[in-house]
Design a protein around this ligand. Structure first.
Ligand code: ITT
Length: 195
């Protein structure tokens, strides 16, 4: 079975491939959207990450008739009442990670409660249209200042529980083991093994 990963984010592809490589999923090949000739952004018009993940996967499935999966991720910061949440990608008004990080740090400059979590929803659609949803959560805290060069997005300010390094300081293999995306992908893999 070939599965198309419905994303335009190369970091997501690299991280999911990292988990898939270790999984030895025989008979299942995961390819990017270029394999079906899709190069433009996928629609994300809803106010929840679940609805956006469904929208992206359905768009690709309806347009190309392929088995595919999408994922949508949000960063939920407690002192900001769960924001940026569904607005994570464009929180500052642009996609620029430095601007998004600056906005979060500004809003939190006096906050002593710094708990937060990344939440990933993966939506799988098989050739016949059956849909399955997998969720992964990673709890952590928002640092006072960015640290590290790895990862992407908000990684330099997110320190996962149990580590005193940010995601941007941890190797990808460690991030994959404990991250929201790694955990959701592991559930997807478990499901694929049984189908
Ligand atoms: P696709 O919709 O094409 O998959 P996207 O980048 O728009 O790509 P999202 O809508 O899920 O993906 O946006 C989530 C944003 O959240 C992303 O742009 C990053 O800024 C941030 N993000 C997602 N996963 C992250 C991670 O593991 N570490 C840090 N930031 C992350």
């Amino acid at each position: 079975m070939t599965l198309v990963f419905a994303t335009n984010n190369p970091h997501k592809v690299a991280e999911v491939n990292d988990v898939l490589r270790g999984a030895n999923l025989e008979g299942i090949e995961v390819v990017t959207m270029t394999a079906v000739g899709h190069t433009t952004d996928l629609p994300e018009t809803h106010e929840t990450i679940l609805e956006n993940a469904i929208e992206k996967a359905e768009y690709l499935h309806n347009k190309y008739g392929v088995a595919c999966f999408s994922e949508d991720t949000g960063l939920e910061i407690d002192v900001l009442n769960g924001e940026p949440g569904v607005h994570t990608a464009h929180y500052s008004g642009s996609r620029n990670p430095a601007d998004n990080i600056a906005k979060v740090l500004n809003l939190m400059h006096e906050a002593t409660l710094r708990t937060a979590r990344f939440r990933t929803i993966i939506v799988l659609i098989l050739r016949g249209g059956e849909q399955y949803v997998f969720e992964g959560i990673c709890e952590g805290v928002i640092r006072l200042e960015p640290a590290g060069e790895g990862g992407f997005g908000y990684d330099p300010i997110f320190e996962p529980v149990g580590y005193n390094l940010t995601f941007a300081e941890l190797p990808m293999s460690v991030k994959s083991n404990i991250s929201h995306r790694g955990r959701a992908t592991a559930k997807l893999i478990d499901f694929l093994r049984t189908t």
